[in-house]
Ligand binder design. Structure first.
Ligand code: MN
Length: 289
């Protein structure tokens, strides 16, 4: 039998706030004090589920920069229109994932999709920030627009299934290319499902309960927006659902480097942060047109 991971701690939502006027988020780290324990992951905002009335004017977050890391947008309900200073633009539809490597710097906007804005409806999305090792922080920005069709689903024993966004599960590889070894799985369990997830030892691992009810390695979590941190030791975790559940499983090799962050910039030193602020204001990360 594989050695089992244990739950080290369970965390509630930290801050609840609006990002722009489009994303009412519950932050699952770092505002609740969870930080290095989830490296290489830096931040997770769970937006919605929230209902929006039909409107003529798209809501969202207007022009802003990023440097030094990756932003990963996972759309569950509703859509996000994206546009950046390099001329990239697109719509992230339900089931799609946008994996954006901001690296040396990107200026972009993230708005509700036009059609969604016009029709209104329920909006639900996750934005995850993934750190880059120092040697990649100033590399060329890139995008991976990953459609629903490109994300393989893995049927697990006992009424569970996972979409492998990054990394691998039971030999099935996800489409996202990453700079460090990590797994991101969109995991769904029906009430009564019971399964074992293989997860590497030596990695930081978080099980995020977006909604539902699960027992993870003997620890029960119920409701919405909870986070369980698992031990680095162990190669497997048992998950059992008491209700239909939507989870996000994050696992990755820690990046053991200093983190200096300021708003949308995540670097290694204060000096690099000051440089990022200067470069942004000097227009070196581009502008939206
Ligand atoms: Mn952004």
């Amino acid at each position: 039998m594989n050695t089992q991971k244990t739950v080290v701690s369970v965390h509630e939502t930290g801050s609840r706030h609006w990002v722009g006027d489009g994303f009412p988020v519950r932050n699952l780290f770092p505002s609740n004090g969870v930080g290095n324990e989830v490296s290489p992951f830096l931040m997770l905002d769970y937006a919605g589920p929230a209902a929006f009335e039909p409107s003529d004017k798209p809501r969202g977050v207007e022009e802003h920069p990023h440097r030094g890391f990756e932003t990963v947008t996972i759309a569950y309900q509703g859509s996000v229109d994206h546009r950046d200073s390099a001329g990239n633009a697109g719509t992230i539809e339900p089931g799609d994932v946008q994996w954006m490597t901001a690296a040396s710097g990107v200026v972009h906007e993230e708005m509700h999709g036009r059609e969604f804005t016009r029709q209104g409806g329920v909006f639900e999305m996750v934005q995850l920030w993934v750190n880059l090792p120092a040697k990649y922080k100033m590399s060329t920005p890139k995008y991976q627009s990953i459609t629903k069709e490109q994300i393989p689903a893995v049927a697990l024993s006992g009424g569970a299934s996972a979409r492998v966004i990054a990394g691998e599960l039971n030999g099935v590889r996800g489409p996202a290319s990453t700079f460090t070894r990590l797994h991101v799985w969109d995991l769904r369990l029906n009430a009564g499902a019971k399964t074992a997830l293989p997860l590497p030892a030596g990695c930081n691992t978080a099980v995020v309960l977006l909604r539902g009810g699960v027992t993870v390695a003997g620890t029960a979590m119920y409701g919405e927006a909870k986070l369980a941190l698992l031990s680095q030791q162990g190669e497997e975790v048992q998950v059992q659902a008491s209700a239909d559940s939507l989870l996000l499983v994050l696992s990755g090799e820690p990046i053991n480097e200093p983190v200096a962050s300021y708003g949308p910039f995540v670097m290694n030193t204060r000096e690099e942060i000051q440089q990022a602020v200067r470069d942004y204001h000097a227009g070196k990360m581009g502008r939206l047109h």
